[in-house]
Design a protein around this ligand. Structure first.
Ligand SMILES: Nc1ncnc2c1ncn2[C@@H]1O[C@H](COP(=O)(O)OP(=O)(O)OP(=O)(O)O)[C@@H](O)[C@H]1O
Ligand SMILES: [Mg+2]
Length: 274
């Protein structure tokens, strides 16, 4: 994996997020990804060579760990974001790819697809989230750990194939819950505090045990496999020291790309091929 190229790529997508500038002369074959996450809904649009064209990120709690908990609102948000993008680009988004956490059963994946189809996009591909992330990272081997809002998803890849997956309920939401308890503040205030990089040093001792719990989850799942590298993605690993806790505790090199929250959404759009 060429970290600096991957970082440059993610950064080029980041600079386009939620910018509503008109774009003209687009290639016809756009690739679209819809990530219905626990904390965020992200729509990513790439050209046929995977170059980022635009992206919309919308905080929402309509899906929880791959399960749709508010179907109507989920459809409404996807529809709204789709319309905004269509207005910017002057084209209709007719199809997309989406992703589900590893191990999601077929029926639940179908509900995710139904949300997108109700927003009038045909779903041409459903992949699992870590496979999407691995595409962006350009890796064939290693462990992808996706720490989102609700869960820590673990996927072990060998020769480009996923050979083991797990998804366990510890994520960014749990970090905010411990912060809320520790500082006696509301969940929303804790979310804000958690994302304020200026306060990272001050609050890190409270969040650290949650990260250590994530390490222990990963440790349990990689036992018996020979692992050279761990790649951490997902919004909850944004803390500066996150990957160091992993590498120190596990003794395995741990890599975190820039803007880890955007890796899986980008990979979903990359997989949008018939
Ligand atoms: N700068 C930041 N610092 C710390 N945590 C952050 C930061 N930005 C986002 N997060 C946290 O990351 C989580 C969202 O990450 P992400 O968008 O990857 O999750 P998701 O895909 O919506 O959830 P899941 O994959 O579990 O369904 C939230 O808990 C959010 O508070
Ligand atoms: Mg996610």
């Amino acid at each position: 994996m060429d970290v600096s190229r991957v970082n440059e790529y993610i950064e080029s997508f980041y600079s386009l997020i939620n910018k509503e500038e008109k774009i003209e002369n687009l290639s016809q074959n756009l690739k679209v990804g819809v990530d219905l996450g626990t904390a965020n809904i992200v729509i990513s649009v790439l050209d046929e060579n995977n170059k980022p064209i635009t992206g919309m990120l919308y905080p929402a709690s309509v899906v929880r760990d791959g399960l749709v908990v508010d179907y109507i609102k989920a459809v409404e948000i996807v529809k709204k974001l789709k319309l905004r993008i269509e207005k910017m680009l002057g084209v209709n988004l007719e199809y997309s790819a989406t992703a589900v956490p590893p191990g999601t059963i077929d029926g639940n994946a179908k509900v995710i697809a139904n949300v997108i189809e109700a927003a009038e996009m045909e779903v041409i591909k459903i992949i699992d989230e870590p496979t999407a992330a691995a595409k962006v990272l350009g890796i064939m081997d290693g462990v992808v750990v996706d720490v989102g809002g609700g869960t820590t998803g673990i996927s072990i890849l060998k020769d480009g194939k996923v050979i083991h997956t797990a998804d366990e309920p510890t994520g960014g939401v749990h970090m905010s819950l411990v912060l809320a308890g520790s500082y006696n503040i509301s969940f929303d205030e804790a979310e804000k505090m958690k994302k304020d990089r200026r306060r990272e040093k001050e609050i890190f001792h409270v969040v650290r045990p949650v990260i250590e719990k994530m390490v222990s989850i990963v440790k349990k799942h990689i036992e018996g496999y020979s692992i050279d590298k761990i790649y951490v993605v997902g919004g909850a690993c944004s803390f500066a020291q996150f990957e160091n806790i992993f590498s120190n505790k596990l003794g395995i090199e741990t890599v975190k790309p820039k803007r880890p929250l955007l890796v899986t959404p980008l990979g979903i759009a990359q997989s949008c091929e018939k």
